[in-house]
Each structure stands twice: as C-alpha cells, then as structure tokens.
Design a protein around this ligand. Sequence first.
Ligand code: NDP
Length: 475
Amino acid sequence: MSANRLTTAGGHPVSENQHSLTAGPNGPILIQDTHLIEKLAHFNRERIPERVVHAKGAGAFGTFRLTKDMSDFSIARVLQGVGKETPLFLRFSTVAGEKGSADTDRDPRGFAVKFYTEEGIWDVVGNNTPVFFERDPLKFPDFIHSQKRDPVTGYKNPVRMWDYWAKSPEALHQMTILFSDRGLPDGYRFMHGFGSHTFSLWNRSGERFWVKFHFKSLQGIKNLTPDKAAELAGTDPDYATRDLFEAIERKEFPQWRVCLQIMPEKEAETYSVNPFDLTKTWSHKDYPLVEIGVMELNRNPKNYFFDVEQAAFSPSNLVPGIGASPDKMLQGRLFAYPDAQRYRLGGNYQQIPVNRPLNRVAHYQNDGHRSEPGFGYDNYEPNGFGGPVQDPSVTEPPLRISGDADRYNSHKGNDDYSQAGALYRMLAEEERDRMTSIIANTMLQVPKDIVKKNIEHFSKCDPDYGKKIAEKVGL
Ligand code: NDP
C-alpha cells in the first residue's frame, strides 16, 4: 500500500484514477462508477458566484504596526499602544472586469484591508482613490450597469458610459483621477489606498471625530503607459496578481504608511464641503495627514481560492471605538456587502478561516450550511444558564441627527466641479494632454449631443479641460 494513497472526498481508497468503469472494453460507462460521478459533480461546483464588481483580485497576509497611540481619539484596541502589531489580509482588485479580465485595464483598483483585531474583524474596504463616482447608493446599480456589458449585445460600449456620465456630474472628480496617469497603476504595490468614506472614531469621554483613512505606498507611485497596459493585457493579463505574489516570494514586502485625517464632530456642520459626500476630499491644508502606523504584506496565501476568492470584506465590520458616519454610500454598503457575502459564500461565511476573527466569538446564531459545532451552550438569550451577555462598556456615543425624512436632491447647491478642476490644475501640462487625449479617444464613436453635454461638464471643472477635449474630438 502506498503511503500516499489516493482517496475519495469520503476517504475511500481509490483503485483506479485513469480509466472509467465500462460494460466491456467498448461499452457505456456504468453508473456505479461513483468515483467518476463524484469527480464530475464536484468539478461542476468548483465555482461560486462571481463578485458583480471587484471580481478579479489578488491578496496577501501581513501586519499593521501602530506608531502613534490614538487612545485620545478612540477606545479601539487596534489603535492603542505604540508598537502594537495586528495581523491583516489585504485584497486588491480591478472593479468592472470579470474574473478572467486583464489586470491592466483602466479602472479604479479595490484596496480592501481586513484587520484581525482583539475585538473582532475591522475591514477598511476602499479603493486606490479617495473619492467615488457616486454619492447615493440608489444610483450604484445603474452606474455599474452603464460601465459593464450591453445587455443586448454582450459587449462594452462607451456610448452607454458617456450617456450616463452626461447626466451624473458628481462623477467628474473620480473620472479625473481615472483618466489621469494614476488610472493605470503599475501593479498593486505602487499605488495608494484610501478608506474613501468618512468613518468615526470615539473615545472614553464620548467624544466623536470624523476620520478618513489613507494608505500611502512606501514603494512610491508607478503607472503604466496606455500602450504598455494594452500590451500586457494581451501578453500577461495577470500581471498585477503575479507581480504581488512574486515580490512577496522574493521577500520584497510592500509597505504603506497608514494615515488619518481627523475632523472634530462639530466641524462637520460648518466645513466648506459636505464631509459625508463620497465625491469630495477634505483638503490636506484643512485636515493634514496624521501618520499612525505602517502596514506590510509579507505572506502569500497558500491557496488562491481558499483565501483570496473566499475573502469577504464589509465596511460593516467595525470594532468598538471605530464607527460609521452618515455618508450615504457607506450606509448602502453596510447592507450590500454582507448581503453579497451571504449570497456568494453562505450564511456562515464568517467561519471561513480568512474571515474568522482571531478572538473568541460567542453568540446565539447557529446551524445553516457548513455550520461549525455550536458553542456548547443552548441557543437563546436571555437565559438562566450563564450564556454570553451584552457589554454596555462598548456603547457608541449617541449621534444627534435632525431634519425631515425626505428624498433630498443632492445636486441642489452642490458643487460637482471645483475639486475635479483643482485636481486637473494640479497635473503637469503633459499629463493633462495625455488624459484629454484618452478621454477624447473613448468618445470617438459617441453621438455628438452626448459628447457636447460631457464637454460642458469638463469645462465647468476648468475651461481648459473642456477646450482640450473639444479640440481633440473635433468640436
Ligand atoms: P494637496 O496638494 O495637499 O494634495 C493633493 C493630493 O493629490 C496629494 O495627496 C497627491 O498625492 C494627490 N495626487 C496627485 N496627483 C494625483 C492624481 N493624478 N490622482 C489622484 N491624486 C493625485 O491638495 P488638497 O488636499 O487641497 O487637494 C487638492 C486636490 O487633490 C483635490 O481636489 C483632490 O482632487 C486631490 N486629492 C486630494 C486628496 C485629499 O485627501 N485631500 C487625496 C488625493 C487627491 P501624492 O501625495 O501621492 O502626490
């Protein structure tokens, strides 16, 4: 008997793994070849639902080391004690492409960090951009539909994209980043990450601070030229996935400085922009970056599917001392992300090792697909058997809100143009030239009325921005 004996998933030794069981040498296969049937049936079930967005990704494990004690701002243990190390898992991704798409497409990059803290999982699920195309989750499915394949023809069509954007000027800030050089990062190591949303920190005295998370690449920024990106899409479509894996194997561990912008709760009422609007940044002059630590990736997953595909992130994974904010996109994602994970991975997705907290979990939810054994106690609360109980010491301070319940038009009195214009003016002349050529190229097949409407928007950001595109499309 071989020490390395092949078995079925049920543990039965397999006598033959090359030839099916047939009735005679040329006869049909017998249904009693259960080994064959199990292999085919399991193969059919190898795929789980693909993420609708962020389908193509790469990830690695690592560590977050705190360099600044934040206990004045938050009771979060992950933010207390200089030198504290917290294990993490980080998944990068493209957004619009399917699982088999090229890593080098022009697209924002997902930047999702899972911290395994002493008090549960804390996920910062952002992008490589500080803003997003939308500020209201009600528009999100429509926006994504406009960027993906035409439901009739099955191929992507820039007309749909520009038609949508003509009516959605809130996207201009993110579009300006997307079409700048940073829209084609050279792999995942040479780009920044952002929590993007506004979150909150709260401390022992019940004070609340609004915060933005920034992850600044210590490798610096490196981008691909459009020609190089197109070439790699054909010759090495898994370029970024491979680059990350190989760098970590070579022990070139990528690092990011972890920084915060911090706004005292009261200042949100008077700040020049709505601090909960995901299409806006907070100026660094008003809220300078405060460095609190360094994040490093230093261990590749043992199995891609097990860790990267099954990684389930959600901005609702928050720990005591770190909370949500009224950012509408964040509010939508607090629901949408865990919902997507339950659909993709089942109700017990938090028991999958990459998603499982390192601390003890103690609750009364049980059973369901792939349930792990219970906790050795009954499953209701309140109870008389000494089961786990709530802990009021981690109660978040109350948040005062006011106003009538209504569907407020977020375009009214909102400035969708200034920050996109400020970014445009910050870019070097050659970069402006490159990006306006790229924008114009994507508009070549687009009807003139849609192009005109978009140019009006670009001109409101900066007259030169609109003028350059107009010239390049021949208007
Ligand atoms: P600052 O000059 O203090 O900050 C400018 C920021 O822009 C820096 O973080 C810089 O990143 C970043 N940047 C440079 N080129 C690009 C690019 N092509 N795409 C995206 N970001 C880029 O100015 P303000 O804080 O007053 O912001 C001015 C404009 O800068 C904003 O309108 C916004 O568009 C953009 N910005 C602002 C950020 C913020 O959080 N305040 C963050 C990112 C962009 P780096 O340090 O790597 O050079």
